[in-house]
Design a protein around this ligand. Sequence first.
Ligand code: CP
Length: 322
Amino acid sequence: MTMRKFFYVTDIGDLNAALEEARQVKADRLAWRGLGAGKTIMLVFFNSSLRTRLSSQKAALNLGLSPIVLNIGQDSWKLETGLGVVMDGDKSEHLREAIPVMGCYCDLIGVRSFAGLTDREADYAESVLQQFVQYSGRPVISLESATVHPCQAFADLITIDEHKRRPRPKVVLTWAPHPRALPQAVPNSFAEWMVAAGYEVVVTHPEGYELDPRFTAGARIEYDQMKAFEGADFIYAKNWSCPGISVPEQYGRILSNDGSWTVGARQMAVTDDAFFMHCLPVRRNVIVTDEVIDSPRSLVIPEAANREIAAQVVMKRMLESL
Ligand code: CP
């Protein structure tokens, strides 16, 4: 299957085939090291990262692909992303020129560009990512953009596939409190991918935090966290700010700081000995208690390890499509 972009679960096609490819890559990550020889991937970061940055570089190196990492505003000029802006502020260059220039120096591009959380329409239009598609002339990977984090969701799917005890596990995505307003990219993609995998998916959060239905269609929404956790096989915790579905003016705001939603032993006790998952970075004893994240049922490190495998499958397919 030709792959020119990686934003949504549909971009990877059949999930069983993708999981089989992930198993092959994991069994012998250097088997395709000739595929990327003489080719370059540009990894563009508008925001901080630990896992995405390292796993993408490692995946590229496994394929013989040379990574160039660009931290916008630190290694480069500050870039203007808005269209029609009078550039008399601190931004020296516009994406409109910077993107095609980056495209001259690479074969693939990965982009991290978080949601601004002030303008829902602009965020959900993925305007930065779409400019990379339009002006780079290269295949583009979202390394977490305004509304999606597909590399994380693919790694999560690989991790669940490796640990599931039944073909259709119960997977619960739970909101948890956080002192800062965070984007919806991780929960959007997680819900989208888990539903696409055919799992029993329950999304639980306080009222007002409903995710965009284009990502949660097929999942059950449950406002009672304890009820949601009953019999679960996997608990996936994440904070997100208000998606602004029912009250658009609340988009990007923190509506609750309810500490009773912090995932602890009390909630895990009603699950079916569930595994605990989080994409990291995580705030201990805010999102999840030490007891849960340090328990043998915590999969946070295997998930992070599988980021390398997920990224390598995506880059491999893009290289095969060139
Ligand atoms: N999970 C994740 O994307 O981690 P980083 O933000 O550190 O890349």
